[in-house]
Design a protein around this ligand. Structure first.
Ligand SMILES: [Zn+2]
Length: 219
Protein backbone atom coordinates (compact mmCIF):
# COMPACT_ATOMS: atom_id res chain seq x y z
CA UNK A 1 0.00 0.00 0.00
CA UNK A 2 1.40 3.37 -0.99
CA UNK A 3 -0.25 6.51 0.34
CA UNK A 4 0.72 10.08 -0.48
CA UNK A 5 -0.15 12.86 1.95
CA UNK A 6 -0.83 16.33 0.60
CA UNK A 7 -1.72 19.30 2.76
CA UNK A 8 -0.50 22.81 3.50
CA UNK A 9 1.76 23.49 6.48
CA UNK A 10 -0.38 23.67 9.62
CA UNK A 11 -3.12 21.30 8.46
CA UNK A 12 -2.01 18.53 10.82
CA UNK A 13 -0.66 16.31 8.06
CA UNK A 14 1.99 14.80 10.32
CA UNK A 15 -0.60 13.94 12.97
CA UNK A 16 -2.90 12.21 10.46
CA UNK A 17 0.06 10.36 8.92
CA UNK A 18 1.10 9.20 12.41
CA UNK A 19 -2.35 7.78 13.20
CA UNK A 20 -2.59 6.10 9.79
CA UNK A 21 0.84 4.57 10.24
CA UNK A 22 -0.28 2.90 13.49
CA UNK A 23 -3.69 1.86 12.18
CA UNK A 24 -2.39 0.43 8.91
CA UNK A 25 0.90 -0.93 10.21
CA UNK A 26 2.99 0.82 7.58
CA UNK A 27 5.82 3.33 7.96
CA UNK A 28 5.29 7.05 7.48
CA UNK A 29 8.27 8.95 6.10
CA UNK A 30 8.75 12.58 5.17
CA UNK A 31 11.26 13.71 2.56
CA UNK A 32 13.26 15.24 5.43
CA UNK A 33 13.39 11.83 7.20
CA UNK A 34 14.59 10.23 3.98
CA UNK A 35 17.34 12.82 3.50
CA UNK A 36 18.50 12.43 7.10
CA UNK A 37 18.57 8.64 6.83
CA UNK A 38 20.54 8.70 3.56
CA UNK A 39 23.05 11.05 5.19
CA UNK A 40 23.44 8.96 8.34
CA UNK A 41 23.68 5.75 6.27
CA UNK A 42 26.49 7.51 4.35
CA UNK A 43 25.16 6.35 0.97
CA UNK A 44 26.55 7.99 -2.17
CA UNK A 45 23.28 9.86 -2.64
CA UNK A 46 23.29 10.81 1.04
CA UNK A 47 26.72 12.42 0.64
CA UNK A 48 25.42 14.51 -2.27
CA UNK A 49 22.34 15.57 -0.31
CA UNK A 50 24.54 16.57 2.61
CA UNK A 51 26.55 18.94 0.39
CA UNK A 52 23.43 20.83 -0.64
CA UNK A 53 21.96 20.98 2.84
CA UNK A 54 25.27 22.08 4.39
CA UNK A 55 25.46 25.02 1.98
CA UNK A 56 21.85 25.94 2.76
CA UNK A 57 20.75 25.17 -0.81
CA UNK A 58 17.62 23.27 -1.80
CA UNK A 59 18.19 19.68 -2.85
CA UNK A 60 17.59 19.58 -6.65
CA UNK A 61 14.58 17.72 -8.03
CA UNK A 62 16.57 14.95 -9.73
CA UNK A 63 18.57 14.14 -6.62
CA UNK A 64 15.48 14.22 -4.41
CA UNK A 65 13.77 11.75 -6.73
CA UNK A 66 16.77 9.39 -6.69
CA UNK A 67 17.06 9.44 -2.90
CA UNK A 68 13.35 8.78 -2.40
CA UNK A 69 13.33 5.98 -4.96
CA UNK A 70 16.31 4.31 -3.28
CA UNK A 71 14.53 4.58 0.08
CA UNK A 72 11.34 3.01 -1.33
CA UNK A 73 13.28 -0.14 -2.19
CA UNK A 74 14.47 -0.70 1.38
CA UNK A 75 12.92 -3.76 3.08
CA UNK A 76 11.10 -1.92 5.89
CA UNK A 77 8.90 -0.20 3.29
CA UNK A 78 8.05 -3.36 1.39
CA UNK A 79 4.66 -3.73 3.08
CA UNK A 80 3.74 -0.15 2.37
CA UNK A 81 4.55 3.46 3.03
CA UNK A 82 2.96 6.81 3.72
CA UNK A 83 4.89 9.51 1.88
CA UNK A 84 4.66 12.91 3.50
CA UNK A 85 6.01 15.92 1.62
CA UNK A 86 6.76 14.13 -1.64
CA UNK A 87 6.06 14.59 -4.53
CA UNK A 88 6.26 18.35 -4.48
CA UNK A 89 6.19 18.99 -8.22
CA UNK A 90 4.37 17.32 -11.12
CA UNK A 91 7.76 16.29 -12.48
CA UNK A 92 8.43 14.41 -9.24
CA UNK A 93 4.94 12.91 -9.42
CA UNK A 94 5.55 11.67 -12.97
CA UNK A 95 8.95 10.22 -12.09
CA UNK A 96 7.51 8.51 -9.02
CA UNK A 97 4.77 6.95 -11.12
CA UNK A 98 7.28 5.59 -13.65
CA UNK A 99 9.48 4.22 -10.91
CA UNK A 100 6.61 2.47 -9.14
CA UNK A 101 5.38 0.99 -12.40
CA UNK A 102 8.86 -0.35 -13.20
CA UNK A 103 8.83 -2.02 -9.80
CA UNK A 104 5.37 -3.49 -10.15
CA UNK A 105 3.81 -1.06 -7.67
CA UNK A 106 1.29 1.73 -7.77
CA UNK A 107 -0.12 4.47 -5.60
CA UNK A 108 -3.13 3.35 -3.57
CA UNK A 109 -4.53 6.77 -2.68
CA UNK A 110 -3.51 10.41 -2.40
CA UNK A 111 -4.90 11.98 0.76
CA UNK A 112 -5.29 15.73 0.40
CA UNK A 113 -6.01 17.53 3.68
CA UNK A 114 -7.88 20.79 3.31
CA UNK A 115 -8.18 23.46 6.01
CA UNK A 116 -9.49 27.00 5.42
CA UNK A 117 -6.52 29.34 5.05
CA UNK A 118 -7.66 31.70 7.84
CA UNK A 119 -7.82 28.77 10.24
CA UNK A 120 -4.27 27.67 9.41
CA UNK A 121 -2.99 31.22 9.89
CA UNK A 122 -4.78 31.50 13.24
CA UNK A 123 -3.40 28.13 14.37
CA UNK A 124 0.19 28.94 13.45
CA UNK A 125 0.15 32.53 14.73
CA UNK A 126 -0.92 31.19 18.14
CA UNK A 127 1.79 28.56 18.24
CA UNK A 128 4.49 28.86 20.91
CA UNK A 129 7.44 26.54 21.32
CA UNK A 130 9.56 25.83 24.37
CA UNK A 131 12.98 27.41 23.83
CA UNK A 132 14.67 24.57 25.73
CA UNK A 133 16.26 22.58 22.90
CA UNK A 134 15.82 19.31 24.81
CA UNK A 135 12.10 19.95 25.28
CA UNK A 136 10.67 21.88 22.29
CA UNK A 137 7.10 21.22 23.50
CA UNK A 138 4.54 22.96 21.31
CA UNK A 139 1.67 24.96 22.81
CA UNK A 140 -1.19 26.85 21.25
CA UNK A 141 -2.30 30.01 23.04
CA UNK A 142 -5.92 29.22 22.17
CA UNK A 143 -6.21 25.44 21.93
CA UNK A 144 -3.76 24.25 24.57
CA UNK A 145 -2.28 27.22 26.40
CA UNK A 146 0.41 26.76 29.06
CA UNK A 147 -0.70 27.02 32.69
CA UNK A 148 1.49 30.10 33.18
CA UNK A 149 1.72 32.53 30.28
CA UNK A 150 5.06 32.34 28.46
CA UNK A 151 6.34 29.39 30.51
CA UNK A 152 6.60 25.72 29.48
CA UNK A 153 4.46 23.37 31.63
CA UNK A 154 6.96 20.56 31.26
CA UNK A 155 10.33 22.13 31.98
CA UNK A 156 9.73 25.76 32.99
CA UNK A 157 11.54 26.99 29.86
CA UNK A 158 10.62 30.22 28.09
CA UNK A 159 8.07 29.91 25.30
CA UNK A 160 8.93 31.60 22.04
CA UNK A 161 7.33 32.23 18.68
CA UNK A 162 9.35 30.99 15.72
CA UNK A 163 10.23 33.59 13.11
CA UNK A 164 8.44 31.46 10.52
CA UNK A 165 5.25 31.57 12.57
CA UNK A 166 4.61 35.29 12.01
CA UNK A 167 1.52 36.12 9.98
CA UNK A 168 3.27 37.63 6.90
CA UNK A 169 5.61 34.65 6.66
CA UNK A 170 2.78 32.13 6.95
CA UNK A 171 0.70 33.88 4.33
CA UNK A 172 3.53 33.78 1.84
CA UNK A 173 4.40 30.15 2.67
CA UNK A 174 0.78 29.16 2.17
CA UNK A 175 0.53 31.01 -1.13
CA UNK A 176 3.67 29.24 -2.35
CA UNK A 177 2.23 25.90 -1.23
CA UNK A 178 -1.11 26.43 -3.01
CA UNK A 179 0.61 27.53 -6.22
CA UNK A 180 3.00 24.56 -6.19
CA UNK A 181 0.48 21.94 -5.19
CA UNK A 182 -2.50 22.81 -7.36
CA UNK A 183 -0.98 21.06 -10.43
CA UNK A 184 -0.16 17.94 -8.35
CA UNK A 185 -3.73 17.76 -7.09
CA UNK A 186 -4.94 18.00 -10.66
CA UNK A 187 -2.46 15.32 -11.79
CA UNK A 188 -3.77 12.81 -9.23
CA UNK A 189 -7.39 13.85 -9.62
CA UNK A 190 -7.26 13.00 -13.31
CA UNK A 191 -5.97 9.55 -12.38
CA UNK A 192 -8.83 9.06 -9.94
CA UNK A 193 -6.43 8.78 -6.99
CA UNK A 194 -7.20 11.99 -5.12
CA UNK A 195 -9.19 11.94 -1.90
CA UNK A 196 -9.64 15.52 -0.68
CA UNK A 197 -11.05 15.92 2.78
CA UNK A 198 -11.58 18.73 5.27
CA UNK A 199 -9.69 18.86 8.52
CA UNK A 200 -10.91 21.74 10.64
CA UNK A 201 -11.61 22.65 14.23
CA UNK A 202 -14.41 24.93 13.06
CA UNK A 203 -16.45 21.93 11.92
CA UNK A 204 -15.03 19.68 14.65
CA UNK A 205 -13.39 17.38 12.17
CA UNK A 206 -10.00 16.57 13.62
CA UNK A 207 -7.10 14.28 12.76
CA UNK A 208 -8.53 11.14 14.42
CA UNK A 209 -11.82 11.41 12.49
CA UNK A 210 -10.03 12.07 9.21
CA UNK A 211 -7.72 9.11 9.75
CA UNK A 212 -10.70 6.89 10.57
CA UNK A 213 -12.40 7.87 7.30
CA UNK A 214 -9.25 7.14 5.35
CA UNK A 215 -8.97 3.68 6.92
CA UNK A 216 -12.65 3.03 5.95
CA UNK A 217 -11.99 4.26 2.44
CA UNK A 218 -9.11 1.83 2.03
CA UNK A 219 -11.12 -1.22 3.09
ZN1 LIG B 1 9.90 22.92 27.92
Amino acid sequence: MILIMLGAPGTGKGTVAGILSKELGIVSVSSGDIFRKAISDKTELGKEVEKYLASGALVPDELTIKVIEARLLEPDLEKGVILDGFPRTTHQAEELEKFLKDNGKSITKVINLVTPKEEIVERIVNRRICSNQNCKTVFNMKLNPPKVEGICDKCGGELIQRKDDKEEVINSRLDTYYTETAPIEKFYEEKGLLYSTQISEKINRLADKVAKDVVELLK
